[in-house]
Structures are given as structure tokens and as C-alpha cells.
Design a protein around this ligand. Structure first.
Ligand code: NAG
Ligand code: NAG
Ligand code: NAG
Ligand code: NAG
Ligand code: NAG
Ligand code: NAG
Length: 432
């Protein structure tokens, strides 16, 4: 009996340790970079190619010890291959550089094994000369708030990229096409907050594009119907530009699309009915444009939709959704459409949609109540804690994460219990 209770307390101690570790969300296995770097390097004792070490040093990169073996200094990251006799850099991220940092051609030439190069808050001039070896080897290039200013011609040289990210740096170019048209292997392209002008490309060359983000630029003209050739596209963000015209019907051919934003442009006309073919759509933002016409009832076919923002447009007529469709949204906004109204026999005023009820002819009743002018009242996710908010809704947007945590907790608890029981049974068998 004494032994058994001792065993029990050990089990309980182990159990609480296990739960404590689990709460930390730390992965129970070593991080992949650590495991990849250490054993192989230790085995044949290879260190970083001295030319590359010199290059890093010339860039003021802290190289106390071997940059491949030692954990990278906090903001600057390196990753190496396992070649012998010398290892080579495959990935380099320069963060928070001094403005005096000098990227010499010699240093860049020595780095032509890099597959990934990233600049983060490095306010240095872009290197004028890009060694062709580096250009050929790079698969991923990222520049965030770095390199002061770029040109489309400079960026267009990276023709082997699969990932291009340029954020928060002015890019001078006649349009995105000059940058994108030579990058046939691109899967992810973000050129956002760059003050880029021109038009959305009409000809697409990277047909495997999965993410396209051209938001917060000065792009003009229409969304071309040729965009439908991007059959793998999952994310499309064209928000905060100066786009005009109507959305093409061909948008319904983007069968992989999960998230689309055209917010903050000057787009007009109706929502294409073909939009309801986008069955994987989770996030759709058409807010702050001049879209008009009635909202297609067929949108309620989009069962996975969790975020729909149609506010600040000129939509008209009766909102064609019922309470059960609206219930599953995390964000649903239709405010700021003065000719749009809801059927009060189908939808409660407690939903605070930010639009007025319809009269029996399907027209907005007048005068509109005060709250129709307050945009924030139409946001479901804000309703959670308000006094009379919620209404027909059973769970607010904020409640979305709580049940999953609860489920996780119960699952962990149950598995611990089962583990405990099995352990005790085994123990009693052993002791008996
Ligand atoms: C990152 O590297 C730059 C030079 O490339 C250096 O000036 C800076 O101090 C480094 N930052 C950290 C946090 O080590
Ligand atoms: C792209 O990579 C291939 C080899 O992987 C290379 O032959 C080619 O020159 C590279 N293209 C450019 C534009 O650097
Ligand atoms: C874009 O231009 C505006 C003024 O036109 C400027 O304030 C802003 O800093 C520019 N953005 C970038 C990333 O250069
Ligand atoms: C597009 O890039 C901007 C950065 O300027 C970012 O805020 C936005 O979330 C990105 N869009 C998507 C869909 O990731
Ligand atoms: C939508 O606006 C356009 C002008 O931008 C107009 O020609 C069209 O008739 C409007 N459609 C509806 C249904 O009001
Ligand atoms: C509102 O819904 C009811 C019930 O479906 C229907 O009878 C009525 O015609 C609708 N009113 C308007 C204005 O659409």
C-alpha cells in the first residue's frame, strides 16, 4: 500500500510537470534549425566558408564564433547548409542595420549561395550592382522598411524568386508588371505600401501564384478579367489603391480563393453573381468603394464565409440574408449604405447592422435612426459585451476562441486521466 501511494504521488508530480510544460506551448522536440546545424557540423567539424565569414564581418555582422554553429544574434539570422569542408550560408536576414553599413559587391558576390535574403529596417542604399551569382541563387527576397528606395528594374532582375516581399519602401516603376512579368516561378508576391503606380497587370506569367498583395499603392484602372488565370490564388489583396471600374465576372473562376480584399478603392457596379462560386472564400472585403445594385442572395451559398465587409458603398434593396446565415460571422458589416435596408421580420434590430429596416415595399424606412450613422455599431465583433447587444446571436465574435481553448483543456485533462489509469493498472500488475 505504501509503495503504491508513493508511486501515485510520483505519477501526480510527473503529471503536473507535463501539464505545466504543455501550458508553455513549447514544442516537445528540438527546433529543426538546431537539430540540422549541430550534429552534422560536429561530425566533420566544418565551419562557415572563410570568404563568407569575411563578407559577414565586412557588413558589421556580429561574428563572435561560427555564425552557422552559434545561435544567431537576436535580430540577425543566418542558416547554413551542411557542406564540407566548408558550410555555406543559405539564408541571411539583416535587421536594424546601421545606416552606414556598406554592402560591397565583393561581399555580395561571396554570398551567392544564399537562397533567401531579407532586410528588415535596414535604411541603407540598395546595392547598385547585384552579382549575377546571387541573383541566380535567390529564391526568396524580402525588403521591409529597408534599402531607402527601389526601382522596378532593380527588382525585376530576381527572376528565380518564388517569394517576393517589398513592404514600406518606395518603389519607382511604371507598374507591377515590370517587376512580376519575368518572375515565372513566383508563388507569393507582396508589393505593399510602396507608392507603386500603374495598373494591375493584364498579362500574368507566374501562373502558380498563391498570394498576391498589392495593397496600399497608387494603382489605377480596372481589375483585369485576365486575373482569373491565377487558378491557385488563395489570397488577393488589392485594397487601398485607386482602382476603378467593375469587378469582372471571371472572378468566379478563382476557385482556390480564400481571402479577397478590394477595400478602399473607387470600384463600382454590382457584386458579380459569379462570386458565389468561390466556395472556399472565408474573407471578403469590398468596403469603401462605390459598389451598387442589390446584394446577391446567392452569396449565402458561401458556407465558409466568416468575414464580410460591404460597408460604405451604395448597395440598395433588401439585405437578402437571414439570422442563421449571419450567426456564423466573426465580422459582418453593411453600414454606410443609405439605400440598403433589412427585413425586420427576418432580422432583429438587436443585430445593429447599421442600416435601417425596410418598409413593406422593400425601401428603407425614413427617417433613419441615429445609430445608422455610427459605423462601429455594425461590427458584430464589438457587440459581445454591450448591454442589449447579441440579441439573436448566440455567440459574439470574441467568443470564437474560447470554446476551442476549453476543448483543448478538456482533451488534455482527459488524456492525462486515461494515461494515469493505464499507468496505475500496469503498476498494480507489476506490484501484484
Ligand atoms: C545586425 O547586424 C547589423 C549589421 O549588419 C548590426 O549593425 C546590428 O547591430 C546587428 N543587430 C543585432 C541586434 O545584432
Ligand atoms: C535561375 O536559376 C538557374 C539555375 O537554377 C540559372 O541557370 C539561371 O541563370 C537563373 N536565372 C537568373 C535570371 O539568374
Ligand atoms: C508614399 O507617399 C506619401 C506621400 O505621397 C508619403 O507620405 C509616404 O511616406 C510614401 N510611402 C513610402 C513607403 O515611401
Ligand atoms: C498586405 O500587405 C499589408 C502590408 O502593407 C498587410 O498589412 C496586409 O495584411 C497584407 N494583406 C494580406 C491579405 O496578407
Ligand atoms: C450603378 O451605378 C452605375 C454608375 O456608376 C449606374 O450606371 C447603374 O445604373 C447603377 N446600378 C444600379 C442598380 O443602381
Ligand atoms: C420580409 O420577410 C417576410 C417573411 O419572409 C416576407 O413575407 C416579406 O415580404 C418580406 N418583406 C420584404 C420587404 O421583403
Amino acid at each position: 500500500m505504501g509503495r503504491r501511494s508513493a508511486a501515485l504521488s510520483i505519477v501526480l508530480a510527473l503529471l503536473s510537470y507535463y501539464i505545466w510544460i504543455g501550458g508553455d506551448a513549447a514544442p516537445p522536440y528540438p527546433s529543426p534549425t538546431a537539430s540540422r546545424q549541430d550534429p552534422a557540423a560536429a561530425a566533420h567539424g566544418s565551419t562557415l566558408d572563410p570568404r563568407q565569414l569575411t563578407a559577414l564581418q565586412s557588413m558589421g555582422f556580429p561574428t563572435v564564433g561560427d555564425p552557422c554553429a552559434a545561435p544567431s544574434p537576436r535580430d540577425n539570422a543566418t542558416a547554413c547548409d551542411d557542406d564540407a569542408p566548408f558550410r555555406h550560408l543559405v539564408s541571411l536576414r539583416l535587421a536594424n542595420c546601421s545606416p552606414d553599413l556598406d554592402l560591397t559587391t565583393t561581399a555580395l558576390r561571396a554570398l551567392s549561395t544564399l537562397r533567401s535574403l531579407a532586410f528588415l529596417r535596414c535604411p541603407i542604399p540598395a546595392p547598385r550592382h547585384l552579382p549575377s551569382g546571387l541573383v541566380a541563387s535567390l529564391r526568396s527576397f524580402s525588403c521591409a522598411a529597408s534599402l531607402r528606395r527601389l526601382t522596378g528594374v532593380w527588382l525585376s532582375r530576381f527572376q528565380n524568386l518564388t517569394d517576393l516581399t517589398v513592404i514600406g519602401v518606395p518603389v519607382a516603376a511604371s507598374g507591377p508588371a515590370i517587376i512580376l512579368s519575368h518572375m515565372r516561378h513566383l508563388r507569393s508576391a507582396s508589393i505593399a505600401s510602396t507608392n507603386l503606380s500603374g495598373a494591375v497587370p493584364h498579362h500574368w506569367h507566374a501562373l502558380d501564384l498563391v498570394h498576391l498583395n498589392l495593397s496600399s499603392n497608387h494603382l489605377e484602372g480596372p481589375v483585369p478579367s485576365s486575373i482569373s488565370v491565377l487558378g491557385s490564388l488563395q489570397t488577393l489583396d488589392l485594397s487601398s489603391n485607386a482602382l476603378t471600374g467593375t469587378l469582372p465576372d471571371s472572378i468566379g473562376d478563382l476557385a482556390a480563393l480564400k481571402s479577397a480584399s478590394f477595400a478602399h478603392n473607387s470600384l463600382s457596379g454590382p457584386i458579380p453573381v459569379s462570386m458565389s462560386q468561390l466556395t472556399l472564400l472565408v474573407h471578403l472585403d469590398l468596403s469603401s468603394n462605390q459598389f451598387n445594385g442589390s446584394i446577391p442572395r446567392s452569396l449565402s451559398k458561401l458556407k465558409g464565409l466568416k468575414f464580410l465587409n460591404l460597408e460604405n458603398n451604395n448597395f440598395q434593396g433588401v439585405l437578402p440574408f437571414d439570422a442563421s446565415f449571419l450567426q456564423k460571422f466573426e465580422v459582418f458589416k453593411v453600414g454606410g449604405n443609405s439605400n440598403l435596408c433589412y427585413n425586420h421580420t427576418l432580422l432583429s434590430h438587436k443585430l445593429k447592422l447599421g442600416i435601417v429596416p425596410c418598409d413593406k415595399y422593400g425601401l428603407p424606412v425614413s427617417p433613419p435612426p441615429d445609430r445608422s450613422t455610427r459605423a462601429d455599431t455594425s461590427d458584430y465583433s464589438d457587440n459581445d459585451g454591450s448591454d442589449d447587444g447579441g440579441g439573436d446571436r448566440k455567440s459574439g465574435g470574441g467568443g470564437h476562441h474560447r470554446p476551442s481553448k476549453l476543448v483543448l483543456g478538456v482533451a488534455i485533462g482527459l488524456s492525462c486521466f486515461v494515461f494515469l489509469v493505464i499507468f496505475l493498472v500496469c503498476l498494480s500488475k507489476l506490484c501484484g
